[in-house]
Ligand binder design. Structure first.
Ligand code: FAD
Length: 479
């Protein structure tokens, strides 16, 4: 099958999947006004394959059939793949007006993680299954979400100690050909507008928790799967000033498995509890790099937006505002530099023969980005002024009685008409003053793992003994 078009992607989503939003069933996710924003953002992963400007980076040849497939499916068996993947994700984000399309990267991050884990297990059957599954997705040009985060109940307790045994996804039955799973995964980005979902454990497990050591892939419309999602884009389309490019972004879901049957050829881990942690680490090594890559266009856009706000208010030359500009540049460019630095020393993960970006640098990039984002937002809020949240809306602008007042009173620095200033403030409101902005702040902390997970990886990956050895030599300690 050739690379699908965006319309074929949308058509594939009309498959009887069970999705709820605001308490009501959603008959067609491509038509729902909230979910549609995510569908159209995701559609860029399909537009790219047909756009002459993007094809060089977005399309590769299937090594067995010579057929054109999406570059997302490239196996990272040489270090150069990591660099190509960084470029692919970065360009895809610029192509989708600054947002990550997201419907192929997390899925392939999981495929790569599973391939690493199956090699480290020495399990050829699992490796063969994930290779077949990768071929199936590549040749049918499918979209995928990644379901890692369990609902988890009491965080102090492991899966087997919880009040409900279903707080973590687990195997509840097994026959010769299939397994049956129950449980729920939370915050699943794009889960309601992809073809397939890949599921892996979220943490290390004990022998008593072997039933929770399960990894598999499943079509979204499989009986027993229900997804509940909520709008992230309330209020946006009708009240904001129109822009040449529509708003982009994503929708998450609570993904429920109620006795879902999974054929064994789609199962990539079954009770090998000793390898659950390796699988989550391998996935995180790929996915955290996806994260720091897709943040770059967002930070560039926000920095530009903040600087324009200062221009429109006529304060760009004030010394304290220039100080803010320096902070914004420092933050954006340091995040970019750390992301790029992770490319220069890719690692063979655990001797698996598969390459991941440098994990220490990658975790530092994510931690640096996430720990400083709120301050960055605060600076943009500062230079924008209160209009950020009190601005008249586009509906007021369109009211012939109100429009002359707005033209008269909403002007700013010379060069900015009232309309341009309000249009800019409208985008600023969306980005740093709206419900969506708060979503973004939370996403920055938690998506791709919250602070503690990066700090833990820093302690694992940093050359701590080397640091100490050097200090001991200089001080002259023999301990
Ligand atoms: C916008 C968004 C998109 C996301 N997309 C996806 C996705 O597509 N797929 C996916 O699988 N996940 C996704 N996630 C989930 C994300 O990975 C998690 O939110 C993150 O790992 C934190 O888990 P949590 O939300 O359960 O918070 P918690 O783990 O409950 O964290 C809350 C606080 O508790 C602390 N804590 C947690 N456990 C312990 C403990 N045992 N001991 C001490 N302290 C503890 C944490 O450090 C943190 O400070 C997404 C999240 C967001 C916000």
């Amino acid at each position: 099958m050739a690379l699908r078009t965006a319309e074929e992607y949308r058509e594939g989503l009309r498959d009887g999947r069970k999705v709820y939003l605001l308490g009501n069933p959603v008959p067609d996710v491509t038509e729902d006004p909230y979910i549609k924003v995510g569908v159209e953002t995701g559609a860029h992963d399909f537009l790219m394959g047909h756009d002459p400007e993007m094809r060089e980076i977005a399309v590769m040849k299937d090594t067995e059939t010579g057929e054109e497939i999406s570059t997302y499916f490239e196996v990272p068996d040489v270090p150069e793949v990591i660099k190509r993947r960084h470029n692919l994700i970065l360009k895809a984000c610029y192509y989708a007006d600054g947002a990550i399309p997201f419907v192929k990267d997390v899925g392939t991050d999981i495929m790569n993680g599973i391939k690493v884990a199956s090699r480290l297990m020495g399990n050829k059957e699992y490796e063969g299954r994930i290779d077949n599954y990768r071929r199936y997705c590549a040749r049918n040009d499918l979209s995928m979400a990644g379901a890692v985060t369990d609902v988890k109940g009491d965080r102090r307790k492991g899966p087997s100690e919880q009040e409900s045994p279903d707080y973590y996804v687990r195997v509840v039955d097994e026959t010769e050909d299939e397994i049956v799973v129950s449980g729920a995964k939370a915050h699943i980005t794009a889960g309601v507008y992809v073809d397939e979902i890949l599921v892996i454990p979220t943490r290390n497990l004990t022998e008593a928790e072997a039933d929770y050591a399960v990894a598999f892939a499943i079509p979204v419309n499989t009986p027993g799967i229900t997804q509940i999602c909520r709008p992230n884009f309330r209020f946006e389309d009708t009240n904001h000033f129109p822009t040449p490019h529509p708003r982009r972004g994503h929708v998450e879901s609570l993904l429920i498995f109620d006795n879902v049957r999974v054929p064994k050829e789609r199962v990539f881990m079954l009770r090998e509890w000793q390898f659950a942690q390796i699988l989550t680490y391998a996935f995180a090594a790929f996915h955290r790099f996806t994260a720091v890559t897709y943040k770059i266009p967002i930070l560039e856009f926000m920095t530009g937006l903040g600087m324009l706000a200062a221009d429109a208010n006529g304060v760009s030359k004030a010394s304290h505002v220039r100080e803010i500009f320096v902070n914004m540049i420092k933050y954006t460019e340091t995040t970019k530099s750390l992301a790029r630095a992770a490319l220069y020393e890719p690692e063979d993960f655990g001797g698996s023969g598969l390459f991941v970006p440098n994990r220490l640098t990658c975790n530092m990039a994510k931690l640096f980005f996430a720990s400083n984002f709120h301050e960055f937002v605060r600076d943009i809020q500062d230079i924008s002024g209160g209009l950020l949240v009190t601005q008249p809306t586009y509906r007021d602008w369109e009211n012939p009685e109100l429009n002359p007042y707005l033209r008269k009173y909403m002007g700013g620095a010379s060069g900015y008409t009232a309309e341009e200033r309000l249009k800019l403030m409208s985008s600023l409101h969306h980005t740093v003053g709206s419900d969506f902005a708060a979503w973004h702040e939370v996403c920055t902390i938690h998506a791709e793992g919250s602070f503690a997970s990066q700090k833990m990886m820093l302690m694992v990956e940093a050359p701590i003994e080397e640091y100490k050895k050097k200090a001991k030599t200089i001080v002259g300690l023999n301990v």
